[in-house]
Design a protein around this ligand. Structure first.
Ligand code: BES
Ligand code: MN
Ligand code: ZN
Length: 522
């Protein structure tokens, strides 16, 4: 979708040649009944008649009005910069016109627009008008292609917000697409192809490792999850180099379980279909890279995606099996359904080689996080106050919010094992925290945060589907870092990464059951 911004008064905006004009009306701005422009006069009349209230989410729709060029005119009231209210106002506005084939929308902001508010309005409109089409034979594709923003005073920061929103929407929709796809249309191999398609252009690199290379690296925990699946695993390494090679990168690690049956500790049948979004973390990393390609901020970012299915099978890992992770720590796999932490721990160890300034893993990790925080805020875990603060701030600014959870060492008690260095599950209590405590053991050598998106990456119910979160939070974090690095250049802290990765070996490329299993023997 394309966003533009221009300077127009409301009287000029009604002359726009678009299909619909959405006017965002701040609740504190009382219209004058004798105002010059017709919209203000209608709003004043509607208020007087008791048909419209200056209350957030209130919507007034008009069709084919004299003096208004667009077919639809929707006035939507928004309270000053309340994220939830801007979102619901835009949803209501889109709902009022969505039956019509709308190609172009004009969005006029009355009064003083803020960059944050405008970005949220644009991303909300994109979200409301999104529709998934890939696996439908007669898809109802979205007609909306362009949003023309106007206001009285389009400052430089508003211009920037519009550019940022356009890149963000591209990233969010890429993430939605991949998380929505059924598992047979989003295998580890297809996910790797998607990564390659995003990482085109001079600033990007993308390397894909197969079972052989992963075995050679000693990623015993990742291999254990993959060994029950007929689909070969992929380890995706993406790089975006927007800054000098001397600048330490941010590493994003996305959980890429393309389908989670639970393995031998199999899940119940009801709603198991939703486990196709267990690669939501991976999808968000792909989405961030998509947005980086459009915004080109001066920063270095590495994306790591351990991608595999988690399946039950004669070859599958069994409860009680002990495996050796890349870090050397042995793990007793008491529950094969706690597979996310197993693929992530090896990816975290791999992240060390980049000498990162920070490492953030993103994962649909626990049902317990859904119980704790619901679909509103992502669970944030970090023992580093500075990074936790930056991520919380990025959440508030973007409206893609998170909430910090504890990491006291006492929570790790239940992970003790008699047969290995650590068990992969503790009891039911504080399940999202014990999962984070497990990951923390593999993140000791860098500044680390973990985002549990089990509740926020997916919307259940009638409008079920991927949300594209937390691409907004991550992109905000990265662009803020780039902006502050530009203001005060950091001293080089790290060397360029070690030797280049070998390309994917031939056998691994062909995939297939025998090849995956061969990897298990090593
Ligand atoms: N992918 C699930 C977590 C999940 C649950 C994501 C619901 C989205 C919605 C994860 O692999 C899992 O199965 N976790 C277990 C952990 C348990 C076995 C300790 C869980 O949450 O039940
Ligand atoms: Mn699981
Ligand atoms: Zn899972």
């Amino acid at each position: 979708m394309n966003f533009e911004i221009q300077k127009l008064s409301l009287s000029q905006a009604v002359q726009a040649t678009s299909d619909a004009l959405i006017v965002l009306w701040p609740s504190l701005s009382v219209p004058h009944p004798l105002a010059h422009d017709p919209v203000s006069r209608w709003v004043a009349t509607a208020i007087e008649q008791g048909d419209f209230e200056l209350k957030s989410g209130a919507v007034l729709t008009l069709y084919h009005q004299p003096g208004i060029t667009p077919r639809y005119l929707v006035v939507a009231c928004t309270a000053e910069n309340q994220a939830g209210q801007i979102r619901s106002a835009l949803q209501a506005a889109w709902h009022a016109i969505k039956a019509a084939k709308i190609k172009r929308v004009s969005l006029h902001v009355v009064g003083d627009a803020t960059p944050q508010g405008l970005q949220l309005a644009l991303t909300s409109l994109a979200d409301a008008s999104y529709s998934y089409t890939t696996t439908l034979s007669k898809p109802k594709a979205r007609t909306l292609k362009q949003v023309q923003v106007s206001c009285d005073n389009p400052s430089a920061s508003l211009n920037q917000a519009v550019n940022h929103a356009q890149a963000l929407v591209a990233g969010v929709e890429f993430a939605k697409e991949w998380a929505n796809r059924p598992a047979n249309h989003a295998t580890p191999t297809l996910l790797a192809q998607a990564a390659k398609s995003v990482a085109t252009g001079r600033a990007f690199k993308c390397e894909v490792l197969g079972p052989k290379e992963v075995a050679k690296l000693g990623m015993g925990a990742f291999l254990a999850v993959a060994q029950g699946s007929a689909e070969p695993l992929r380890f995706i390494v993406m790089r975006y180099n927007g800054a000098a090679a001397s600048q330490a990168p941010v590493v994003l690690v996305g959980k890429g379980i393309t389908f989670d049956t639970g393995g031998i500790s199999i899940k119940p049948a009801a709603e198991m279909d939703e486990m196709k979004y267990d690669m939501g973390g991976a999808a968000s990393v792909l989405g961030v890279f998509k947005a980086l390609g459009e915004l080109k901020p001066a920063i270095n970012v590495v994306g790591l995606i351990p991608a595999t299915e988690n399946m039950p099978d004669g070859m599958a890992v069994k409860p009680g099996d002990v495996v050796t992770s890349m870090s050397g720590q042995t793990i007793e796999i008491l529950n094969t359904d706690a597979e996310g932490r197993l693929v992530l721990c090896d990816a975290l160890t791999y992240a060390e080689r980049f000498k990162p300034q920070s490492v953030i893993d993103i994962a649909t990790l626990t049902g317990a996080c859904v119980i704790a925080l619901g679909a509103v805020r992502t669970g944030l875990f970090s023992s580093h106050d500075g990074l936790a603060y930056q991520l919380q701030q990025a959440g508030e600014t973007s409206g893609d919010t998170c909430w910090r959870m504890p990491l006291d060492d006492d929570y790790a008690e239940g992970l003790k094992s008699r047969f290995a260095d650590v068990a992969n599950v503790a009891g039911r209590a504080a399940g999202s925290v014990t999962a984070a405590k497990f990951l923390e053991r593999f993140a000791k050598s860098f500044t680390w945060a973990h985002l549990d998106i089990a509740g926020t990456a997916w919307r259940s119910g009638a409008a079920k589907g991927a949300t594209g979160r937390p691409v907004g939070l991550l992109l905000q974090y990265l662009t803020s870092l780039a902006a502050s690095a530009a203001a005060a250049p950091l001293k080089a802290t790290a060397k360029a990464p070690a030797k280049a990765l070998k390309p994917l070996a031939k056998e691994a490329k062909t995939g297939g059951k025998t090849k995956v299993r061969a990897a298990r023997k090593t």
